[in-house]
Every structure is written in structure tokens, then in C-alpha cells.
Design a binder for this molecule. Structure first.
Ligand code: FAD
Ligand code: MLT
Ligand code: ZN
Length: 531
């Protein structure tokens, strides 16, 4: 049950807090299914680079000498016995938007095996896609054509953990949630958390420089990752698994691999600093009348909660509609609102945090910035409130084919793009709010507002050009005109490769290409992605 926020409300209406709402926690922690609908995108697939070798039985014969046969999935086309259906989960992305045609999946168990595989591929000019949990949202984790899928899922051992410093060293294929449980039992937390935690790998997180819901407090992986073990395209093992917090011995090469999306090397090991687990956590969800109030509430939250504010997320009414429809959750608030905000505080002194958050909520209600609110009373209510926010991507996937734009724009204009895109779609008669029979069913926005990061989502009946052309490249032009980023946290992958120029200058792109040439001269790693 959710208790009323203990505040002096200006009006009786504002005093209504859901008091006896029962929830069923949705399965956000198990392995994620693909978003659901089989909607193939009619995207303009780059042509296959015919310089890449097509796999033969001899190649499979070599790989059988490197990795155990149970770690190989090969179709008859390359001399194996697997059904194409068995490879589908490796060929299709989470959104079911991009579908490759790989005939071979290799799941090595050791760094040495990864090295031997890459050395062979480099010598024979065979293209490879490194794959973690395959939860990426930009088409980076799946083959475009017939690249080998190199899955890290069999590399999931914890190598060491120092309980004093909280420094964890582990294989790249460890699932984020499992790492969270491991360090949690030792009084720590992972510095990042995201809705895909039950499936994504730490190696994938590092490769995408994932952001997520703890970014506001713990910052980027460029700060938390202390060292990496990476296998380069020619099989060289770069062992930089440092556990030092301070190390200024020249260029910090690991930074290049953080966010490189499998294009510069295969991450096989990660050393990462894990913060102390906060002993007091509070979560509140608020109903907010306007986007302007979402911003005002953020400003006040920073002012009043300062050092204990650990997350500030928002979503709009369309997101809430979808999440309540597709998850067994009930709105903890008395009615519907145009916007919802989730505020989390984390600290070491419950009384102190309760007091700070209580005072903030009181002020927000008195000022009319929030019109309703619910404060979680225990851990299970905290989990349910987070499920509401984290369940949005999956519920949109269940609604239809989801186009995702993940942008950084200055906070004051962040939400404008949602209304703008909705209007453009309406003008083209492709969308009418509430009419689920139109080509576009829903336009909505949510995200990590504390980080200036909006997720604009357009949910359609299917992925199709007449819809896409309304907002591509318009969204990217819009973002560039505000000096924003076309990818705040999801990466570039295949989806945004041709739009990189909207966020990077020609000189920067030229240097990115030179770095690619240096680490992967034959471009066998994740072709067609990023640059
Ligand atoms: P994959 O999807 O398998 O791969 C992603 C990219 O990394 C690919 O280019 C792949 O080639 C490369 N890669 C993977 N492993 C390696 C490796 N070991 N070495 C080299 N390259 C590798 N992202 C956020 O930033 N913030 C969020 O809040 C967030 N929430 C999400 C919620 C849901 C429900 C879903 C489905 C996705 C979410 N994502 C989010 C996107 C995604 O989960 C992250 O990008 C995640 O870090 C990807 O990890 P993965 O193991 O699934 O990688
Ligand atoms: C999120 O914040 O929920 C993730 O980045 C996933 C998404 O954008 O859908
Ligand atoms: Zn996000």
C-alpha cells in the first residue's frame, strides 16, 4: 500500500493519493523477450562487402578445433546441422527491426579462444559481429549480412572482487543483474542500472557506454571502468585489466573501447568500481500538469535534496497508458496526468533523507508544481514504481513497431520534439491521437531528464518508409539545430551510421575512421556500424 504524502495540501484534490493499490511486479529481471511484433524494417541495408569471404565447411572445421562443438551453432549452408530458426535469436535485434543472415554463431569460453577466432577471421577476411545480451536498440548487435556472430554469453565468470575497494573484475559476458546481486550481497551496487539488466552483459554495457537510471548519481562508465581486457581484430590480447583508480601512464587506451560498439575490438574482461550500497532509499512518483513543471520540479529537487538525489526520471501520459495496459500495474496516483516524475533519493541516514524528500514533496504540492504524489513505503513498492518506468520500452514494443530516438538536447526544449513530430505525422494523416487504426498508433516521450536525455518513441503498425520519412532526417536536423546529440546513450550502430554528421564534424569523423583503420585495418569487426 502506498501512504499519503504527509503534506499540507493547498486543495483537497491534491490530497488524494492512491492508498490501497495492489500491484503485481512485472518480470523485468528475467531474460527479456524480444519486443514482440515481427515487423521487419524496410530499411536501406548497406550492400554486402564482397571482399569478405563467404564461409565454407573448412572454416567450420577450423573453428571446431578452437571451441567445443556444443558452443557452435552452424547451419547446413556452412557444414553444420543447426536449423536457421535456432540462429534467429542471434540474427534479430530486440526491437525486431533489424534481421541479419548469419549462418554461424560461436560462443567461446576463454579469451584465448576469442583470440584464435579473430586471428583466423582476420587472416581469411571473415566479418564478425561481437554480441552480448543482444538488447541493443540501434541495430549494432546483429549481423547485417552473413557475418559470424561472436557471442560472449559463455564468458560469465567473476575473476576477483575486492570488498575493501569494491573493485570487481569479471568476464565480459556476465549479466548485469547477476553482477548486481553478487556485489549486492557484499554491500555494494553496480554503478549502472537499466531496464535490460536481466539480459544485457557488462561487456555490452561497456561497448555501448550505456547510461541508464543511475547516471545522475554515478556518472558515465568512462569514470567507473578501471580497466579492460580486449582482443583486437588480429588476435592480439590487450591486457589492461587494471584495478587502480589512478594511473596516468600515458594514453588511456581503454577509453577508446568504451562506446566503440564492437568496431575496435572484442571486450573479454572488465574491471569496474562498484559504489557502496546506500542504506536508505526513497522513491516517489508525482503527477505533473506541464513539462514546464517537470523542469521546475527538477530544479527544486536538486536544490532541496542535493547530495541524496539519485534519480530523476519522467514520462508522459501516452507512456503511462501503454505501461498500465501491458503490465499488471496500477496507477499509484488518483487520476491521470500529462506528465509523471519519479524521484529517488539514496543516502546513509534514513531520517535525514525522509525529511529532505518530505520537505521537497510538500513544497512541490504547495506550489502546484505537482498535483498528486505517492511515496513508496517499502522495498516492494519501490520496485513497483521503478517497474512502471522501466516497463515502458517493453510495453511500447507490445503496442507496435517502435521507432526509437535517443537524444540529448538542452532541457528547456527537450520535450518540444515530441509535439513537433506528432504534429508532422498528423499533418500527413498518418496519426490521430487515440486512433489505433492509423499507420502510427502513438507518439510519446520519456527519459532521464536529469541527464538531459529524451527517448522520443513513435509506435507504428509496422516499420515503413512513408512513416520513417516524416521524421528522418528531420529529428536529426532538429537535434543538430540545438547543438544536441543524436545518440545520448544507445549508440550509433547501423541505425545512425549515416547520420553521424549531425553530431560530429567532418574532422572528427575522419579521425574516428583513422582510429578504426589502426585497430581493425581489414574492417572485419562489426562492418557497416558506427563509422
Ligand atoms: P548487445 O546488444 O549485444 O550489443 C550492443 C553493441 O555492443 C553491439 O554493437 C555489439 O557489437 C557490441 N558488443 C556487445 N558485447 C561486446 C563485447 N564484449 N565486446 C565488444 N563489443 C560488444 N541503454 C542505455 O544506455 N540506457 C538504458 O537505460 C537502457 N535501457 C534499456 C532498456 C531495455 C528494455 C532495452 C531492451 C534496452 C535498453 N538499453 C539501454 C539498450 C541496451 O540494453 C544497452 O545498450 C546495453 O548496454 C547493451 O548490452 P548488451 O549486452 O545487450 O549488448
Ligand atoms: C530507457 O531509458 O528506458 C532505455 O534507454 C530504453 C528505451 O529508450 O526504450
Ligand atoms: Zn534510457
Amino acid at each position: 500500500m502506498l501512504a499519503s504524502i504527509r503534506v499540507c495540501h493547498a486543495t483537497a484534490r491534491r490530497n488524494v493519493i492512491a492508498s490501497a493499490t495492489r500491484y503485481v511486479v512485472p518480470r523485468t529481471r528475467a531474460v527479456l523477450p524480444t519486443a514482440g511484433l515481427a515487423c521487419r524494417l524496410n530499411y536501406h541495408r548497406p550492400a554486402r562487402n564482397e571482399a569478405f569471404k563467404r564461409l565454407t565447411k573448412d572454416d567450420l572445421g577450423f573453428f571446431k578445433t578452437v571451441v567445443p562443438s556444443e558452443t557452435i551453432l552452424a547451419t547446413a549452408e556452412v557444414g553444420g546441422t543447426a536449423d536457421a530458426v535456432e540462429l534467429e535469436g542471434f540474427n534479430a535485434d530486440w526491437l525486431s527491426k533489424y534481421h541479419g543472415n548469419s549462418q554461424l554463431v560461436l560462443r567461446p569460453k576463454t579469451t584465448e579462444q576469442v583470440s584464435q577466432i579473430l586471428k583466423y577471421c582476420n587472416t581469411h577476411n571473415i566479418a564478425v559481429v561481437p554480441q552480448g545480451g543482444n538488447t541493443g536498440l540501434v541495430g549494432g548487435s546483429v549481423p547485417v549480412h552473413d557475418e559470424i556472430v561472436l557471442s560472449l554469453r559463455n564468458m560469465s565468470k567473476i575473476r576477483s572482487y575486492d570488498e575493501l575497494s569494491g573493485i570487481l573484475v569479471c568476464d565480459a559476458g556476465c549479466v548485469l543483474e547477476e553482477l548486481g546481486n553478487y556485489v549486492g550481497e557484499r554491500g555494494h551496487i553496480m554503478p549502472l542500472d537499466l531496464g535490460a539488466k536481466g539480459s544485457c552483459h557488462i561487456g555490452g554495457n561497456v561497448a555501448t557506454n550505456a547510461g541508464g537510471i543511475r547516471f545522475l548519481r554515478y556518472g558515465t562508465l568512462h569514470g567507473s571502468v578501471l580497466g579492460l581486457e580486449v582482443v583486437l581484430s588480429d588476435g592480439t590480447i590487450l591486457d589492461n585489466l587494471s584495478t587502480l583508480r589512478k594511473d596516468n601512464t600515458g594514453y588511456d587506451l581503454k577509453q577508446l573501447f568504451i562506446g566503440s560498439e564492437g568496431t575496435l575490438g572484442v571486450i573479454t574482461g572488465v574491471s569496474i568500481a562498484t559504489p557502496q550500497r546506500p542504506s536508505a532509499v526513497n522513491v516517489a512518483v508525482l503527477g505533473v500538469p506541464t513539462y514546464e513543471c517537470v523542469q521546475r520540479a527538477f530544479k527544486l529537487a536538486r536544490k532541496r535534496c542535493g547530495e541524496v538525489l539519485s534519480a530523476y526520471e519522467f514520462w508522459d501520459a501516452n507512456c503511462m497508458g501503454a505501461v498500465l495496459k501491458h503490465h499488471e500495474l496500477k496507477n499509484p496516483l488518483s487520476s491521470e496526468f500529462p506528465f509523471y516524475v519519479l524521484i529517488e533519493t539514496s543516502g546513509s541516514n534514513k531520517e535525514h533523507d525522509d525529511e529532505k524528500l518530505g520537505a521537497l514533496l510538500e513544497e512541490l504540492m504547495e506550489e502546484g508544481i505537482a498535483e498528486d504524489g505517492a511515496l513508496a513505503q517499502d522495498d516492494s513498492q519501490i520496485a513497483r514504481m521503478w517497474s512502471m518506468r522501466e516497463g515502458i520500452p517493453e510495453s511500447l514494443g507490445k503496442t507496435g513497431a517502435t521507432y526509437k530516438y535517443d537524444v540529448s538536447i538542452p532541457i528547456p526544449v527537450l520535450y518540444d520534439i515530441v509535439g513537433d513530430i506528432a504534429q508532422r505525422l498528423e499533418n500527413a494523416s498518418l496519426y490521430k491521437p487515440g486512433d489505433l487504426t492509423r499507420p502510427v498508433k502513438l507518439v510519446c516521450g520519456y527519459g532521464h531528464i536529469g541527464d538531459g536525455n529524451l527517448h522520443l518513441n513513435v509506435v507504428a503498425q509496422q516499420f515503413e518508409d512513408r512513416v520513417t520519412q516524416i521524421f528522418e532526417p528531420y529529428v536529426y536536423e532538429w537535434v543538430a539545430s540545438h547543438r544536441g546529440s543524436i545518440s545520448a546513450e544507445h549508440g550509433v550502430g547501423l541505425m545512425k551510421r549515416d547520420y553521424l554528421r549531425y553530431s560530429k564534424s567532418p574532422e572528427m569523423i575522419a579521425y574516428m575512421k583513422r582510429i578504426k583503420d589502426l585497430f581493425d585495418p581489414n574492417h572485419i569487426l562489426n562492418p557497416h556500424k558506427v563509422v
